[in-house]
Ligand binder design. Structure first.
Ligand code: PBG
Length: 375
């Protein structure tokens, strides 16, 4: 049972009694040999029902404004949402998340708390044409405030001004009161889920209490439980016109270096009554997704953010990567890590790609009627 090097340097091709030591007995490649075998042992599958599609809503009529840094994405006026909703629903995507760009911004982001605000109007329009579509309302103030921060800011003259805190500090508890109002307004408009994204301490509990008091115990809370202070949000801030006027969001969002702290944030949201736990961004934080998935039995969501989308588009536009394959591979990775739902700007494209009957030739080298999923 010894490896006998042949004169040409290759291993001797002997009978069963002299299998060379260097020859593997276990051969995982056996199950990768054909597309059929690979499908048979595939652990993760991707489908349109995994996706939530983000929509940006802006004032005006008949507006479909492209977002330069997010190819294929637009800001839509409310009247243009019907088409969009029908398309999304026809593709088998179960849910949308709405971001609003209001007519006017002010210090408190008042439009986020008005029944006639941009997102409540959008919710009503969506529910009219596609009642089956799950509508998630993002609850944050950065799109609605003139300073671009996610709530009430410490400013001299403000009723909640504190001289113990720095000027410009995002005031926690006064922001909770605003969030409670916004949650109820969006629930009244018909939102199925509200999604607080500001990383304000106590936000889930405050919203849960307000919803229950107002008779909306059936409205779910999807918490942006572990939201990092990430540079990958760059393009979104153009899309939602929500760039902070001063400073950044690192006083509220998680430090990208911290994983254990994410679990602590998640634990608080679980205790406060969150129904779905979201991790954001997705691909750079697969370890966090996986840890949360293992530690809790609530559904785990991941947000593949604007920068993740923009990067793949930019590289693909240069011919450096294949858009379809890198996008599906990323989404598969996020699901493999433990997310059951993925908020992604690729939702519509991915649903179409996954429905296409023919795998690309580089996948199998032959035509087949088997729907293609990334391997
Ligand atoms: C806050 C919010 C942000 C995103 C979703 N909700 C931006 C931020 O926190 O700065 C980012 C989403 C993306 O980048 O796709 N309202």
């Amino acid at each position: 049972m010894k490896a006998v090097p042949a004169t040409d340097g290759s291993l001797a091709d002997g009978g069963p009694e002299d299998v060379p030591v260097g020859r593997p007995v276990v051969r995982p490649r056996r199950l990768r040999r054909t597309a059929g075998l690979r499908r048979l042992v595939r652990e993760t599958s991707l489908g349109p029902s995994d996706f939530v599609y983000p929509l940006f809503v802006r004032p005006g009529r008949d507006v479909e404004r492209p977002i330069a840094s997010m190819p294929g994405q637009h800001q839509h006026s409310v009247d243009r949402l019907a088409d969009e909703a029908r398309q999304i629903s026809a593709l088998g995507i179960p849910a949308v998340i709405l971001f609003g760009i209001p007519e006017t911004k002010d210090a408190l982001g008042s439009d986020a708390c008005r029944a006639g605000g941009i997102v409540p109007r959008a919710i009503r329009a969506l529910k009219e044409v596609a009642p089956e579509l799950v509508v998630i309302a993002d609850l944050c103030f950065c799109e609605y405030t003139d300073h671009g921060h996610c709530g009430r800011i410490n400013r001299a003259g403000d009723a909640h001004y504190s001289r113990h805190l720095p000027e410009g500090y995002l005031l926690n508890d006064p922001t909770l009161a605003l969030l409670q109002r916004a949650a109820v307004v969006h629930a009244e408009a018909g939102a199925d889920v509200v999604a607080p994204s500001g990383m304000i301490d106590g936000m889930v509990g405050a919203i849960r209490t307000a919803l229950d008091r107002a008779g909306f115990e059936h409205v779910a809370v999807m918490s942006y439980a572990a939201k990092y202070a990430s540079a990958f949000y760059g393009p979104f801030r153009e899309a939602a016109e929500s760039r902070p006027g001063f400073g950044d969001r690192s006083q509220s969002q998680l430090d990208p270096a911290n994983g254990r702290e994410a679990l602590r944030e998640v634990a608080l949201d679980v205790a406060e009554g969150a129904d779905i736990l979201m991790i954001k961004p997705a691909l750079p934080y697969l370890d966090v997704i996986s840890a949360v998935r293992r530690a809790y039995d609530l559904p785990v969501a991941a947000y593949q953010v604007s920068g993740e989308y923009a990067m793949l588009h930019a590289a693909a536009a240069n011919g450096w990567v294949d858009l379809r394959r890198t996008a599906l591979e990323s989404l598969t990775a996020v699901k493999r890590a433990g997310a059951v739902l993925i908020l992604t700007y690729f939702a519509k494209d991915a649903a179409r790609w996954l429905a296409e009957a023919d795998p690309p030739p580089e996948e199998t080298g032959q035509r087949s009627a088997i729907p293609w999923t990334p391997s």
